[in-house]
Design a binder for this molecule. Structure first.
Ligand SMILES: CC(C)(COP(=O)(O)OP(=O)(O)OC[C@H]1O[C@@H](n2cnc3c(N)ncnc32)[C@H](O)[C@@H]1OP(=O)(O)O)[C@@H](O)C(=O)NCCC(=O)NCCS
Length: 166
């Protein structure tokens, strides 16, 4: 289902938003949100491969039959649960969808034995950084020139024992 970028969502009841594992038929919607959210977009093959390898931790947010956000997370061999990407349809931001996706991904990673959850974020992305800090993530490192346009990243982590679910 496609979303007009001019359409603006009003209030949406969070209890009607379903967070569920992504399926192959969601990938086009995920790619649409990705294109609207990031300067560089991954090719479809990356999403399909990620889905094949991480079916439990590639999640989408669905509201009234429409995909309005996604999160891609996976477990590293050293038991770091890693958030590779998170984005919410621009028309549905600021309504708790990103928080709901992040909560479900963190819970799934920690249940699977993650000792901590890590992610990289652009140093200019203050909104996302604020969101992560509210969840208890801390900046532990600045990675110079991490992004292809030369911008630095913060590497942030949330230790499992500090997650409120524990
Ligand atoms: C970062 C991102 C995923 C957050 O998603 P989101 O759905 O807007 O997140 P939330 O709504 O849960 O929280 C964001 C803000 O909305 C506020 N909010 C939460 N629920 C709300 C509600 N029901 N009504 C109004 N505001 C609400 C939060 O307090 C938070 O405020 P803040 O801006 O002061 O931090 C989203 O902004 C996005 O897709 N950005 C572009 C892609 C990106 O940068 N991804 C991160 C890469 S590392």
């Amino acid at each position: 289902m496609s979303t007009s970028s001019r359409e603006v969502a009003g209030k949406i009841p969070l209890q009607m938003v379903v967070i569920r594992p992504a399926k192959i038929f969601d990938i086009s919607d995920v790619m649409r949100i990705e294109r609207e959210s990031f300067r560089e977009a991954y090719p479809r093959g990356i999403f399909l491969l990620f889905l094949e390898n991480n079916p439990d931790t590639f999640l989408v947010a669905e509201y009234a039959g429409r995909i309005i956000g996604y999160i891609m997370a996976y477990m590293r061999p050293d038991l770091e649960g890693h958030i590779m990407s998170i984005a919410v349809d621009p028309n549905y931001r600021g309504k708790g969808i990103g928080s709901a996706l992040l909560t479900e991904a963190i819970e799934r990673l920690i249940k699977r034995g993650a000792r901590y959850v890590g992610l990289e974020v652009r140093t200019s992305n203050t909104r996302a950084i604020k969101l992560y800090e509210r969840f208890g993530f801390r900046k532990v490192k600045r990675i110079m020139g991490y992004y292809s346009d030369g911008e630095d990243a913060y590497y942030m982590i949330l230790p499992a024992e500090e997650w409120r679910g524990n």
